[in-house]
Design a binder for this molecule. Structure first.
Ligand code: CP
Ligand code: NVA
Length: 308
């Protein structure tokens, strides 16, 4: 049903600012219902297939628990236990799965792979992380910022570390929602605006020194030095990223009420000190929980459109 209106969520810029405003409103309502133990099962006859070609804790649990709460069911596949691991083409996998389920979430390597899947799919496809992007995480992060501090428009987000999938997605979000990202990465690990897929480079500023990126920031955020799929570079990255550990000194030059976020999993003593991630400014557990609430709103929107 509603094929002509079918939307995928493959990158942050697949939705517009007013759709985000709607999703954040819906998330608030859906989260409140959950907290009040109210039953809300609008997806009662729907099935979500989740395909993981990389490891996951949060993404799996948040989508799976979220779909059950909405009344639906979930099928979980990995590369190793499906024919994807025996080189069945991704397009054929998409054609088959999308005849049986209503929605698909994929975590994989190249963005091209999820594009190929979506092009052959009869049902909406959600990006649960690719080498290039992690839109569901930024959706949760911005919802978490709004819960704690109000609108993110006009604010400064400091990105300290790798110019990776999270960094790219922050840039897309900045362009759409009207805030600025202060980016500091070691040389060789810069963000590439072409890969990030932004048309307006005014939404971010580059700083050599991570301390300068944090000055005046309303949110300081980082991520692992070695993302999934880049394990062979681990040793080189540990050397290159040594000065990009978010510490108390960086938090001290940010706004006095600055928040700290990390998509997790975290490595205390590498990209962030224990003092910061376990400190009073850190909202990492809210961030992780909010993955479930924002994704429930997203699944509802992709399957049912606007409610009311
Ligand atoms: N932040 C995040 O996506 O976590 P997982 O890798 O555990 O899913
Ligand atoms: N940048 C990290 C995020 C993990 C949730 C990775 O891609 O492995």
């Amino acid at each position: 049903p509603g094929m002509s209106l079918m939307k995928h969520y493959l990158q942050f810029k697949d939705l517009r600012a007013e759709e985000y405003a709607y999703l954040f409103d819906r998330t608030r309502i859906i989260k409140t219902r959950f907290k009040n133990y109210e039953r809300y099962t609008p997806l009662s006859d729907r099935t979500l297939a989740m395909i993981f070609e990389k490891a996951s804790t949060r993404t799996r649990v948040s989508f799976e628990a979220g779909m059950y709460q909405l009344g639906g069911s979930v099928v979980h596949l990995t590369t190793g236990d499906s024919q994807l691991g025996r080189s069945e083409p991704i397009q054929d996998t998409a054609r088959v799965i999308s005849r049986m389920v209503d929605l698909v979430m994929i975590r994989t390597f190249e963005q091209q792979r999820i594009r190929d899947f979506a092009a052959a799919s009869r049902v909406p496809v959600i990006n649960g992380l690719t080498n290039e992007y992690h839109p569901c995480q930024i959706l949760a992060d911005i919802f978490t910022f709004i819960e704690h501090r109000g609108s993110i428009a006009g604010k400064v987000v400091a990105w300290v570390g790798d110019g990776n999938n999270m960094a790219n997605t922050w840039l897309q979000a900045a362009e759409i929602l009207g805030f600025t990202v202060h980016v500091s990465t070691p040389s060789g690990y810069e963000v590439d605006p072409a890969v990030a897929g932004i048309s307006n480079t005014n939404c971010y500023k580059v700083f050599k020194n991570p301390l300068d990126a944090c000055r005046g920031a309303h949110l300081v955020t980082t991520d692992v030095w070695t993302s999934m799929g880049y394990e062979a570079e681990n040793e080189a990255r540990i050397q290159a990223f040594a000065d990009w550990c978010v510490d108390a000194e960086m938090m001290a030059v940010a706004q006095p009420d600055a928040l700290f976020m990390h998509c997790l999993p975290a490595h205390r003593g590498e990209e962030v000190t224990a003092e910061v991630i376990d400190g009073a400014q850190s909202v990492v557990w809210d961030e992780a929980e909010n993955r479930m609430h924002v994704q429930k709103a997203l699944m509802e929107y992709l399957l049912l459109g606007r409610i009311g």
